[in-house]
Ligand binder design. Structure first.
Ligand code: PLP
Length: 448
């Protein structure tokens, strides 16, 4: 896990090769993708990414949390090659193959709870959420759902009905799947009901029951409550430790399935296999994707065998459970188990303490929060008023980019630090030098 490279910018950005390729992209590729940086990626290794012009960037985004084991981990690459030589596709929907069974058994072993588990395999996060929606409807016979204001669960028509972290994701797509009610997320830095934790005694939980389940959408009609154990795209918002235990109690009272969407926060990201473990809650369903296979497309919805007892044909997928993706996932899980759970915790603690130290002297970093290697920094105009500063957050990541660090924003005004779980202290230090210098620059002279 030592770093052998350094961030290095050797051309103007975008460089000449990038400019040409971007022109082609703009002509032929759907421009609905939100491309953040004007450069074209070429290769990646460990915690570094290079563009086609030879510029090297420290990677604080891990391909939006996907490259969990680092970019192109040699053991993952070897597993992919070995499987691809034997067979690239066996259609898990219609044929048995070893990889899919082995991976399902491994997942059953690592998810919270002792009971027997089964997995439905998909190719992406949104498909895993769709599978969980269908499973919840099928197994409960109910059709309503709860989700959170600010949540992100995907962009297909079922998951999009749950998602509400930004206006552009929903605009133009009404009507979506009916029956979804959104309740407040426990966003303590900006409490939606203006209380303070812990003296609030989690009144937001009481509201879920007293207002929503008793008045807005009868609890007996709700199939599932979809939760992100840390709200990801919505701004890396971390609930209090005792919050989800109380929500789970309410779910049990009304027979509502508790679905933990671990697509961003799971697979070792927070120093535990699944983020919900930090809250001591055993979910009914777990959804996974992103970091599960180090970059090969794979997703999963995991539930108890009793719950996942739908009949053949009730749900299926041509590509889901692809053998090469499963082989990559098995290698990924092995590396996470043996090295990266501990590294995510250790490097996460180190990052957090350096970010919090930095925050003390910054006027524009209002809050630093997270678990393991999933850390958000909220950018504000003023730490007293907490007025959001989305423009400053964007300026900071662009300044970082110009100096050789790639990281993304999340929510309206937060920076997200989401490196590969394999990142070394040296690479973190390189990234932080650039990040801190960029924040200082923008703090002194915002561009507009
Ligand atoms: C929590 C969560 N759920 C679902 C998704 C959707 O995943 P995908 O983009 O693979 O469909 C994401 C993606 O960011 C996510 O963060």
């Amino acid at each position: 896990m030592s770093s052998v490279y350094s961030a290095k910018i050797v051309t103007e950005l975008p460089g000449p090769k990038s400019r040409k390729l971007i022109e082609n992209d703009e002509q032929f590729v759907s421009q609905s993708y939100t491309r953040v940086f004007p450069t074209v990626l070429d290769r990646a290794e460990g915690s570094y990414v290079w563009d086609v012009d030879g510029n090297c960037f420290v990677d604080f985004h891990a391909g939006i949390g996907v490259c969990s084991t680092g970019n192109v981990h040699p053991k993952v690459l070897a597993a992919i090659k070995t499987q691809a030589e034997k067979g690239i596709h066996f259609a898990s929907a219609d044929f048995y193959h070893e990889m899919v069974g082995r991976l399902a058994a491994k997942l059953a072993d690592i998810v919270p709870g002792d009971g027997h588990k089964r997995t439905f395999f998909t190719n992406s996060g949104t498909e895993s959420v769709e599978a969980a929606i269908k499973l919840a409807k099928y197994s409960t016979g109910r059709s309503r759902f709860l989700a959170y204001v600010g949540c992100f669960h995907g962009r297909t028509m079922g998951s999009l009905a749950l998602t509400c972290s930004s206006r552009v994701q929903r605009t133009g797509f009404h009507p979506m799947m009916p029956g979804v009610t959104h309740v407040f997320y426990p966003y303590c830095y900006r409490c939606p009901i203006n209380l303070e934790y812990p003296s609030c005694n989690l009144q937001c939980v009481d509201m879920v029951e007293d207002i929503y389940l008793k008045q807005v959408c009868p609890g007996e009609e709700v199939a599932a409550f979809f939760v992100e154990p840390i709200q990801g795209e919505g701004g890396y918002v971390v609930p209090p430790d005792d919050y989800f235990g109380r929500i789970k109690e309410i779910c049990e009272k009304y027979g509502i399935l508790f679905v933990s969407d671990e697509i961003q926060a799971g697979m070792g990201r927070t120093g535990k296999w699944f983020c919900i473990e930090h809250y001591g809650v055993e979910p009914d369903v777990i959804t996974s994707a992103k970091g599960i296979a180090s970059g090969m497309p794979l997703g999963a919805a995991i539930a108890s065998s009793e719950l996942m007892s739908w009949e053949p044909g009730a749900h299926s997928s041509t590509f889901g459970g692809n053998p090469v993706s499963c082989a990559a996932a098995l290698a990924t899980l092995d590396i996470i188990e043996n090295e990266l759970l501990a590294n995510a915790q250790k490097m996460g603690d180190y990052l957090m303490s350096r970010l919090r130290d930095f925050q003390k002297d910054s006027e524009i970093i209002g809050d630093v929060r997270g678990k393991g290697l999933m850390i958000g920094m909220e950018v504000v105009k003023d730490r007293e008023t907490k007025e959001r500063a989305p423009e400053l957050a964007n300026e900071i990541i662009m300044e970082c980019f110009r100096h050789g660090l790639m990281m993304l924003t999340c929510g309206p005004n937060s920076l997200r630090v989401l490196p590969p779980l394999s990142i070394s202290k040296e690479a973190i230090d390189q990234g932080l030098d650039i990040l801190f210098e960029s924040i200082r620059t923008i703090e002194k002279e915002p561009r507009k």
